[in-house]
Design a protein around this ligand. Structure first.
Ligand SMILES: [Zn+2]
Length: 191
């Protein structure tokens, strides 16, 4: 996907780091996340907000395979969202993590907490993808849109990998007769 210029600073920005921002007169501007945050900070009076850019990092998963994580900070009306995600092409795919903080929190401290959370999650393997089976009795993942299913069935991302709803169902059939519990949690909660 093409990079677009931030209408504020003119920086060529990848699609995952641009935000459409309503400007009050009904017009929408395309801003990079830093210009977006600067605007929110100014209008909300968050004078302590540090508008930093976080460089990508590499982290190893349970098997030693390394994953590159990109970060995005977004100031919300009353909080700060810190997101970490992998990219496929120019779009987020694979592992994805979020932490919610206060606008005046120290961003590097939040980053430290997020990295700890990522480390805990990356160290756990839920599915044996070669044998196509659930390893223990717990599966943690994320619900996503499945292009092939047109919104009728979800695609789940487990261990940073996409698993179709059918494949997950097939894996569950080795536990026929067992009970299960399905818990849904906000993207920033730790499962
Ligand atoms: Zn900008």
């Amino acid at each position: 996907m093409a990079h677009e210029r931030c209408e504020q600073c003119g920086t060529l920005t990848p699609p995952w780091d641009t935000i459409h921002c309503g400007s009050g007169d009904g017009r929408y501007e395309l801003l990079c996340s830093r210009c977006f945050n600067a605007r929110i900070a100014e209008s909300a009076g968050f004078t302590d907000f540090e508008n930093v850019r976080l460089d990508p990092i590499l982290m190893a998963d349970y098997s030693g395979e390394s994953h590159q994580f990109h970060f995005q900070i977004r100031l919300l009306g009353d909080g700060l969202a810190l997101d970490a995600f992998e990219l496929r092409g120019d779009l987020p795919a694979g592992y994805r993590f979020q932490l919610i903080g206060e606008p005046d929190d120290d961003v590097l401290l939040l980053l430290g907490r997020l990295v700890e959370k990522m480390r805990r999650a990356l160290s756990v393997q839920h599915i044996d993808f070669r044998e196509r089976r659930i390893i223990d009795s717990t599966v943690r993942g994320r619900i996503e849109w499945d292009e092939a299913q047109d919104g009728h069935l979800p695609l789940v991302v487990v261990d940073g990998k996409e698993v179709s709803w059918n494949d997950l169902g097939r894996m569950l059939m080795s536990m026929e007769g067992w009970q299960f519990r399905l818990d849904i949690a906000d993207p920033s909660e730790e499962l």
